[in-house]
Design a protein around this ligand. Structure first.
Ligand SMILES: Cc1ncc(COP(=O)(O)O)c(C=O)c1O
Length: 459
């Protein structure tokens, strides 16, 4: 009997969550079920998903910013088919593969001046890990600075620069010499830089956890200070790069010229894990400093043909469909629509973002009866209100969103860059209805609060 993926999926589909409860991550499976995200999706295309009953869901998560082109883009899909059917000589290792060279060339074209050397890996964390190693090798300094609330991954080398207490807890001791500075605090930054032992200052130009945007002067001045004290500036563009903010790199909004840039997520076209660390030749060569050291940093699948093909096709589509410009204009419309809601619903404290990364922050209501419900929810679990909104959007409007981090009342939107007026209208109208219901204690939004509180308290 021949093996068929399609048949396997059809036969075992109903067991999806059971398998995960048994063999993978039962806690995660339970959370999906509690918040009503335990759907049996059958198909994904563009900005939408469909479940087994044919219900359509608008995906404003995009796999955490993997699907900038939308799901199943035909050009990337074809590139995947081609890479297989051409029987490309993949992963020879003892060679210099063409597609890796071509993707490096395309990335360099899109970088700020002077960034002309590329290292490929498989994940965002690996790209960051590479950046940290490059910075240490190039500066011969031990320490690294990062920002409060930062997220650069959860591996042992990226946890010391992770601003989330919950991510770090239980994994100590972490590597030493990694210190946080508050965003927008140039004095604190300079105080650290002045010590002269900082290899790199790593930033997300817009922070993913909370969608925090630095004040306008902060990043350019931070870059100037880094130069002054011989510290390298690393821009982690794993989430906000690849056009998401309306520029290829988010760093372009402030005219930054970082020493190292990391990319991943959307570079994959949503198909094959891939990441890139792009830097100056001199910095790169400080790691690969002799013939003997030509492989002191490497990863087996780093330049695999499928990943390189996906990256090349993705960059082509970003340009051809002018998706970066589109992200800027659609993002503006979406923010405008959501901003208008802010004026109508006191619980919306802020709507912020650039292009198609948008954060919606909530605050306690003024009215006494709502305040009691809010306090009960927040006492059980900080940020629980935003989870209620995420649940309402999903269960009542079939829209996928996410809470933007631990302990925050912020929702993050990361839609595919291909969305248009129809999706903007759907999202704004759904938010409008959810917020209107949230003003009513008897509405569906608060009705879910008791269950969630029970779950949060371990019931
Ligand atoms: C800014 C940033 N850096 C690094 C990472 C880690 O990427 P990965 O999960 O692919 O290791 C992420 C993941 O969300 C990220 O947002």
């Amino acid at each position: 009997m021949t093996w068929s993926l399609g048949e396997l999926i059809e036969k075992r589909r109903p067991e999806q969550y059971g398998l995960h409860r048994r063999y993978v991550n039962p806690s995660l499976a339970r959370v999906q079920s509690i918040i009503g995200f335990d759907k049996l999706y059958r198909r994904g295309e563009g900005a939408y998903l469909w479940d087994a009953d044919g219900n359509r869901f608008l995906d404003l998560l995009s796999g955490y910013s993997v699907f900038n082109l939308g799901r199943g883009h035909p050009v990337v899909k074809q590139a995947m088919h081609d890479a297989l059917s051409l029987d490309r000589p993949n992963l020879i290792q003892m060679d210099c593969p063409l597609l890796g060279g071509l993707l490096a060339e395309e990335l360099v074209k899109r970088m700020p001046p002077g960034l002309d050397a590329v290292f490929f890996a498989n994940s965002g964390s690996e790209a960051v890990d590479t950046a940290l190693k490059f910075a240490r090798a190039a500066t011969r300094r031990p320490r690294v600075l990062y920002l409060h609330h930062a997220f650069h991954g959860v591996t042992l080398s990226t946890l010391p620069i992770n601003g989330g207490r919950q991510f770090r807890e239980g994994f100590e001791p972490l590597m030493e010499g990694f210190d946080a500075v508050p965003m927008n605090d140039l004095t604190a930054l300079e105080k650290q830089l002045r010590k002269g032992d900082i290899a790199a200052f790593i930033i997300e130009p817009i922070q993913g956890k909370g969608v925090y945007i630095p004040a306008d002067g902060f990043l350019p001045e931070a870059q100037r200070l880094c130069r002054k004290y011989g510290t390298l500036l690393i821009c982690d563009e794993v989430q906000v790069g690849m056009g998401r903010t309306g520029r290829f790199l988010c760093a372009e909004h402030w005219g930054l010229e970082p020493d190292i840039v990391t990319l991943s997520k959307a570079l994959s076209g949503g198909y094959v894990p891939v990441s890139a660390t792009v830097t100056r030749r001199k910095i790169h060569d400080a790691t690969f400093s002799s013939l003997e050291r030509c492989e002191v940093h490497s990863t087996t699948f780093g330049q695999n043909e499928l990943a390189m093909a996906a990256g090349l096709a993705t960059l082509h589509v970003l340009d051809r469909e002018r998706l970066i410009e589109r992200a800027a204009t659609t993002g503006e419309k979406l923010r405008k629509g959501l901003n208008a809601l802010q004026h109508r619903y006191e619980m919306i404290a802020d709507v912020r973002g650039k292009g198609l990364i948008i954060g919606i922050e909530f605050r306690a209501p003024r009215s006494l009866k709502l305040r009691t419900a809010w306090s009960a929810a927040e006492t059980a679990h900080k940020g629980l209100f935003s989870q209620l909104v995420v649940m309402a959007l999903m269960q009542d409007h079939h829209i996928l969103t996410q809470v933007a981090g631990f302990d925050v009342n912020i929702i993050k939107l990361l839609p595919a860059l291909i969305i248009g007026d129809e999706e903007v209208e759907m999202a704004v109208s759904a938010f409008d209805q959810v917020m209107a219901e949230a003003m009513e204690l008897r509405g569906r939004v608060w009705a879910r609060s008791a269950d969630l509180i029970k779950a949060a308290l371990g019931g």
